[in-house]
Design a protein around this ligand. Structure first.
Ligand code: SAH
Length: 356
C-alpha cells in the first residue's frame, strides 16, 4: 500500500481531477503544528503559481439589512426585532460606489439581507447608473431570487453574484434555514451560472453539528461546480440568535479549509473574509492570505449603518470611516510580502463548453 504522508496526499489533491473525499478529510484532520505549516506552505505555493502575488480588492456596500429569512446563525434574521432596519437611498448607494471607484478599486459588491419584495427594477436601475458612471465590476449578493430577476440584473450590467451555499449537508441546511430549501439555493446557483455571471459560493465553518466530512463535501461541491470565487468564513455566534450559546469556529479549521480549497480549485478567487478578521477580536486575515487566499473586501458602507449590518458581533472595521482602509490594507500586504492589485480581478477560470 502506498505510504500516506501528508506530502503525498497534498500532491494527490493537487493532481486529481476529482479528489478523494478521504484525502480531504485526512488533510482537514491534521493537528500537528509542523504538518499544518506544511499544508499552508503548499497552498501558498499553489496560490502563487495560479493567481500570483497580487491581493485583489472588492469594495463592499451593505445597502440594506432588511431580511425576511430566519437563518439561525445570522444577526439580520427577521426574528431579531430589536435591530434597527435600514435601506440606503439611491444617492447614498451611488456615493458609496463613487468612493470605491475613487479609491481605485475595480469591483463593488452590493450586499443586503434577503427581502422577497426587493424591487428588481429599482436594483436594475442602480446597476445601470453605476455602469454608466463608473468603470467598475458589479457583484450582487442579495440572496435567492427568481431566474427572471437574475436575468434582468445581468442585462443591466451586473458581472458577478455571490450566493454562499453555507453548507451542503441537507439536514444541517434544513435545521439552520427554516422556510428555506437547499434545492432552491442550488437552483439559484445554477441559474446564475447559466446566465453567465461570474459565480460565487462559499460556506461557514464551525456550525453546530457540522463534521469534517461535511466540510469535505462542501469542498468537493466547490470543485465540481468550478466556482469563480469561494468565500470561506468562521461561524461567529450572534447573541440575538438561537445559536448564541454555541462556541465560535476553530480558526485553524477555517484556514485548513481555505488551504485545501486553494489546492483543489487552483485559480478560484478566495477572500480572506471579514469574518476571519473578526474572530474573538483577532484579525486572522493575514493568516488566510498566507494559506491560499488572494482577496480582501474593504467595507464602504456609511458609518451609522455599518454597525447595523451586524450579521455576527465584533465585525471588523465597523467604526472606521469608509475609504480609510487603504493604509491598513497596504500594511497588511507589505507585512506578508504581497502587493495590492487594483484591477477588476475577473474570473481566471477558462470557460468550458458545457455538453448537452
Ligand atoms: N442575503 C445574502 C447575504 C447574506 S450575509 C445571501 O443570502 O446571500 C453574507 C454572509 O454572512 C452569509 O452568506 C453567511 O455566510 C455569513 N454569516 C451570516 N451570519 C454569520 C455568522 N453568525 N457567522 C459567520 N458568518 C455569518
Amino acid at each position: 500500500m502506498a505510504e500516506k504522508t501528508l506530502q503525498t496526499v497534498l500532491n494527490r489533491l493537487y493532481a486529481a481531477d476529482v479528489p478523494e473525499k478521504a484525502d480531504i478529510e485526512y488533510t482537514l484532520s491534521i493537528k500537528d503544528a509542523a504538518q499544518t505549516a506544511e499544508l499552508f506552505a503548499f497552498a501558498d505555493e499553489i496560490r502563487q503559481r495560479h493567481v500570483g502575488d497580487g491581493i485583489l480588492l472588492r469594495g463592499i456596500v451593505e445597502f440594506s439589512n432588511r431580511c425576511d429569512n430566519s437563518c439561525k446563525y445570522c444577526g439580520l434574521n427577521k426574528t431579531n426585532v430589536n435591530l434597527k432596519r435600514y435601506k440606503l437611498t439611491d444617492r447614498q448607494i451611488l456615493n458609496c460606489v463613487e468612493q470605491v471607484a475613487n479609491a481605485g478599486i475595480g469591483t463593488v459588491v452590493l450586499q443586503s439581507g434577503e427581502q422577497a419584495d426587493l424591487d428588481s427594477d429599482w436594483l436594475a436601475g442602480i446597476i445601470r447608473e453605476i455602469k454608466t458612471r463608473f468603470d467598475i465590476a458589479v457583484t450582487l449578493s442579495v440572496g435567492e431570487k427568481y431566474c427572471q430577476d437574475y436575468a434582468l440584473w445581468k442585462e443591466a450590467g451586473a458581472d458577478r453574484y455571490l450566493l454562499k451555499i453555507e453548507t451542503t449537508n441537507r439536514q444541517l441546511y434544513q435545521n439552520l434555514h427554516p422556510q428555506m430549501a437547499l434545492d432552491n439555493r442550488l437552483r439559484c446557483s445554477k441559474d446564475l451560472k447559466t446566465l453567465g455571471y461570474q459565480n460565487g459560493s462559499g460556506n461557514i465553518i464551525g456550525l453546530p453539528d457540522q463534521t469534517i466530512g461535511d466540510i469535505a463535501d462542501d469542498i468537493l461541491f466547490f470543485a465540481r461546480e468550478r466556482f469563480d470565487m469561494i468565500g470561506i468564513g468562521p461561524f461567529i455566534p450572534h447573541p440575538a440568535t438561537a445559536l448564541s450559546d454555541c462556541p465560535p469556529s476553530d480558526v485553524e479549521m477555517v484556514l485548513k479549509t481555505i488551504a485545501v480549497t486553494r489546492i483543489i480549485t487552483k485559480d478560484s478567487h478566495l477572500p480572506a473574509t471579514t469574518a476571519i478578521g473578526s474572530v474573538n477580536g483577532n484579525d486572522y486575515r493575514p493568516d488566510a492570505l498566507m494559506a491560499g487566499a488572494n482577496v480582501l473586501m474593504p467595507n464602504f458602507t456609511p458609518l451609522p449603518y455599518r454597525q447595523l449590518y451586524e450579521i455576527y458581533p465584533g465585525k471588523r472595521c465597523s467604526t472606521e470611516a469608509p475609504g480609510t482602509c487603504g493604509p491598513c490594507i497596504d500594511m497588511m500586504a507589505n507585512a506578508i510580502g504581497r502587493t495590492i492589485d487594483l484591477s477588476r480581478g475577473d474570473s481566471l477560470k477558462k470557460k468550458r463548453k458545457e455538453c448537452a
